[in-house]
Design a binder for this molecule. Structure first.
Ligand code: NIG
Ligand code: FE
Length: 409
């Protein structure tokens, strides 16, 4: 509360531009995905943790009472970025594997020989809950520096009861949106995927459903097949979790069909999705979450971003931040990849990691726009034009972040 009794207010004045996905609808698809409202010479007023007003400086009303001010000269305001797909709860790293991959080993080969995901599972199981909380907090700090104000994170590097639940609690403790990735890989103590699922669904799901908002499965050759994924997801939906899938990362195994059949929130990756899958997603309400940093990091083909937008799909962008396939927390870099590799416009990229990513997390009523009533999560870019978000490749343009109406340090 301010000394005059109302909520604390923060005025960002003299912004070069303020840019926000237009309208109030969510999710955005088709032409609407590419419409961004830009206000030149703008102000933004926060009251408490919400946005009270935005507009042109010349229309700024007289404001009474105590108001904190931030000088926006040379800066552009965009909505706080929403990362709707990360694996931020892990211990250790995979820098040795990264070096082996640079020398020619493939990600799938490393996975098949007990490296890859399983090497992170070993480190994560050994870490202990406090170390996991510290790790997620550190990863969250990296994300915030890159402009991410809301993040989802999956579990999936525990694959035993204790570590899966500790991972979900750690994500929540760090302010993230937890997703139970109970079907990420089959841990070595089980002979086959079904035996592992017997355990996970009976012993972990009831407690995981108390913490997580969604469930996720890695539907892929060498992980879980479509029948096993259906079994896992059906049990999770019965426990009131929203559904997500890792699908079509390396091969098409029916993930798109299954996601649509089960009414999943999203199917993520889609590097291997063909024309039929693109057309089906275009007609469905399942979001297509594209992870171009992962395709880049693994030197894989990019997902068919332009075709999905043209087909009318709900497209979202995310980092896939994890130690193996995408050691990258930067959504601005993902926006650059979207513009240069997926042929999305900067406006489509912005909507995909704000409004549509918020939709994937069930939060599009309150997150993803700079408009009165939305949560005051704001990124201030050091740039004369907001499109530098995608244009300035690899730069960290984030001059400041406002989180829930207050400047984040
Ligand atoms: O989304 N593909 C499956 N899971 C993660 C990678 C996890 C890892 O390599 O540690 C992904 O790319
Ligand atoms: Fe992932």
């Amino acid at each position: 509360m301010s000394s005059t009794g109302g909520p604390r207010r923060l005025l960002v004045r003299d912004l070069a531009q303020l840019a926000t996905p237009a309208g109030t609808a969510a999710p955005l698809r088709g032409r609407a995905l590419g419409v961004v409202d830009v206000v030149e010479d703008a102000y933004l007023l926060c009251a408490g943790d919400s946005i009270e007003a935005v507009g042109r400086m010349r229309d700024l009303p007289h404001l009474d009472g105590d108001i904190d001010e931030l000088d926006g000269r040379g800066l552009c305001a965009i909505p706080g970025l929403v990362d709707c797909h990360t694996h931020a709860c892990f211990a250790g790293d995979r820098v040795e594997e990264f070096t082996l991959r640079a020398a020619g080993a493939s990600y799938e080969e490393l996975h098949a020989t007990g490296g890859g995901i399983m090497s992170t599972v070993r480190a994560t199981r050994a870490a202990g809950e406090q170390a996991l909380v510290d790790a997620v907090r550190q990863h969250r700090a990296w994300m915030l520096r890159a402009g991410t104000t809301t993040f989802e994170s999956k579990s999936g590097y525990g694959l035993d009861r204790e570590t899966e639940l500790a991972s979900l609690r750690a994500v929540k403790a760090a302010g993230g949106v937890p997703t139970w990735l109970g079907a990420h890989a089959v841990p070595p103590e089980f002979d086959d995927p079904d035996a592992y699922l017997d355990f996970a669904l009976a012993e972990v799901l009831p407690a995981a459903a108390e913490i997580a908002e969604a469930a996720d499965v890695f539907l892929e050759r060498g992980a879980f097949d479509a029948t096993q994924a259906r079994r896992y997801l059906t049990a999770c939906t019965e426990a009131s979790l929203a559904l997500r899938l890792h699908g079509d990362q390396f091969t098409e195994q029916g993930a798109v069909r299954l996601a649509i059949e089960l009414g999943a929130r999203s199917v993520d990756h889609l590097e291997a999705t063909g024309d039929e899958g693109v057309a089906a997603l275009g007609k469905s309400n399942v979001a297509a979450v594209l992870l171009p940093a992962s395709a880049l990091f693994l030197a894989r083909p990019m997902p068919p971003g332009r075709a999905l937008v043209e087909a009318g799909a709900i497209v979202a962008l995310a980092t896939d931040f994890n130690p193996g396939s995408a050691f990258c927390e930067s959504l601005p870099l993902v926006c650059s990849l979207a513009a240069t590799q997926l042929r999305l416009s900067p406006a489509e990229a912005l909507a995909s990691c704000t409004v549509n990513a918020a939709h994937v997390l069930g939060r599009s009523d309150s997150l993803g726009r700079l408009a009165p009533g939305y949560v005051a999560d704001v990124v201030l870019l050091e740039a004369p034009d907001w499109r530098y978000l995608a244009y300035h490749l690899g730069a960290n343009l984030v001059a400041a972040v406002i989180l829930r109406g207050q400047r984040a340090e």
